[in-house]
Design a protein around this ligand. Structure first.
Ligand SMILES: Cc1cc2nc3c(=O)[nH]c(=O)nc-3n(C[C@H](O)[C@H](O)[C@H](O)COP(=O)(O)OP(=O)(O)OC[C@H]3O[C@@H](n4cnc5c(N)ncnc54)[C@H](O)[C@@H]3O)c2cc1C
Length: 390
């Protein structure tokens, strides 16, 4: 059983503690069997759809969207959900997170009609969402986006390639960022909702990674969308993308935290059971030093993650610096915690399918997506140099 003492921290209220109990109950109902660790694309896709359906039915996707204009995300609920789900089944955490990320721009900038058309169905788990920002030449460098959205009569025509698109192939809609104006760099980008099946949108290739989930390259070739697909005003795309990441970046740290907590749980069980040189591994000081390091890293990560979430929820301001710190520290620390768990397992730790081995693969991409660790350092430095939090 994981340490739940953090729930007594002043960042949380009773609704947060109740949510964690509901999530734990939900996870105990067979979640761990779904999809995680599979390398069969069709099985992974089916598992993701099933997880989304179950989460939606249980009301656990409600925090992923803000259907009523003027309401706000509760980032603590999003982070707690990811923390718990990642601990039980990283694929479930992925499916949960994408429902939020793939509708974040609609929650933050959608008009009433767009909110009504997409958000309730996503929250019920009846519609799968995706967020299409990255391109082959534009990952960290969002200003290099080359996909164009050309005004044409009563709509726009999209041309270009998006890659690394999570839920690519199973999503019902994609929020796509494209260049609609003549300006260079991050100016002139706009955000559009593109429904799957729109002529000219093609899922061009599946991407396989070390921890598989639905991931694809999309090609837009004369893909025509109505004016009503535009989110916010033309040219607001970068602001919309960054506003969305301001909410969800903290939650990537929370997912890393869940993976690290699971690694510690697995390691604790193992070192009590495994006897070497006549006594359990847990009784050796070299082992205890590792456990001390792991527990410290987990608590430090949790403090940064929930500080960022609380600051946004309660102080109601942008948390660019806090979210970058939370994401950077929690993902890097989780990688180290999981590595220590693998080491404590000895040879068994690198056997395919053993939990610490799958965690070792699961954590890696979190240090890359939604802004690499290096980019987070630049964001933090930028904020500090400009006087934010100095
Ligand atoms: C599993 C996975 C899922 C993803 N899901 C999505 C998704 O759903 N939607 C989406 O839009 N994108 C998604 N991405 C894309 C992800 O956001 C990008 O991979 C990420 O932003 C990095 O971009 P890049 O891969 O082009 O690397 P690059 O930008 O080419 O970076 C390569 C290296 O250079 C470093 N670097 C970059 N700039 C600097 C600098 N100024 N100084 C020093 N070093 C620098 C980086 O830190 C990195 O180490 C996903 C990626 C992965 C791996």
């Amino acid at each position: 059983m994981a340490d739940t003492s953090y729930l007594g921290w002043p960042f949380f209220g009773e609704p947060h503690r109740r949510l964690v109990r509901e999530l734990e109950q939900f996870a105990a109902g067979g979640l761990s069997d779904l999809g995680h660790g599979s390398d069969d694309d069709a099985a992974i896709d089916a598992a993701c759809r099933e997880i989304v359906r179950r989460l939606g039915q249980a009301g656990l996707l409600n925090h992923c969207c803000v259907p009523v204009a003027g309401d706000r995300f509760d980032v603590r609920s999003l982070a707690l959900s990811r923390d718990v789900l990642a601990r039980h089944n990283p694929l479930a955490d992925f499916a949960f997170a994408m429902q939020g990320l793939g509708t974040g721009p609609i929650s933050l900038s959608g008009d009433e009609r767009q909110r009504a058309a997409y958000l309730p169905a996503v929250m019920r788990g009846e519609r799968i969402a995706a967020f299409a920002l990255s391109e082959p030449q534009a990952g960290s460098d969002v200003g290099a986006i080359a996909t164009t959205a050309t005004k044409d009569g009563a709509g726009y025509v999209l041309n270009g390639t998006k890659t690394w698109i999570s839920n690519g192939g199973i999503a019902d809609h994609y929020v796509v960022f494209a260049r609609s104006g003549g300006e260079k760099g991050t100016r002139g980008l706009s955000a559009f909702i593109v429904d799957a099946g729109t002529p000219g949108l093609q899922v061009a290739a599946r991407i396989r990674t070390i921890a598989p989930h639905p991931l694809a390259t999309l090609v837009f070739d004369g893909c025509r969308v109505a004016e009503s697909a535009l989110l916010g005003a033309p040219g607001e795309g970068f602001k919309i993308a960054m506003g969305t990441l301001d909410v969800f970046r903290t939650t990537v740290g929370a997912a890393a935290l869940g993976l690290a907590r699971r690694a510690l749980e697995e390691a604790l069980r193992r070192i009590r059971e495994r006897t070497v040189f006549g006594k359990p591994l847990a009784e050796y000081q070299l082992t205890q030093a590792k456990i001390g390091d792991m527990a410290l890293a987990i608590d430090a990560a949790a403090l940064l993650v929930y500080r960022a979430a609380w600051t946004r929820d309660v102080l109601q301001r942008r948390v660019t610096r806090e979210a970058a710190m939370a994401k950077l520290y929690a993902t890097e620390a989780a990688q180290q915690v999981i590595d220590m768990a693998v080491q404590l397992f000895g040879g068994t730790g690198v056997v395919s399918g053993v939990t610490v081995e799958t965690l070792y693969r699961d954590i890696r991409a979190l240090r890359i997506y939604e802004g690499t660790s290096e980019i987070q350092k630049l964001v933090i430095a930028g904020a500090v140099l400009s006087g934010d939090g100095a």
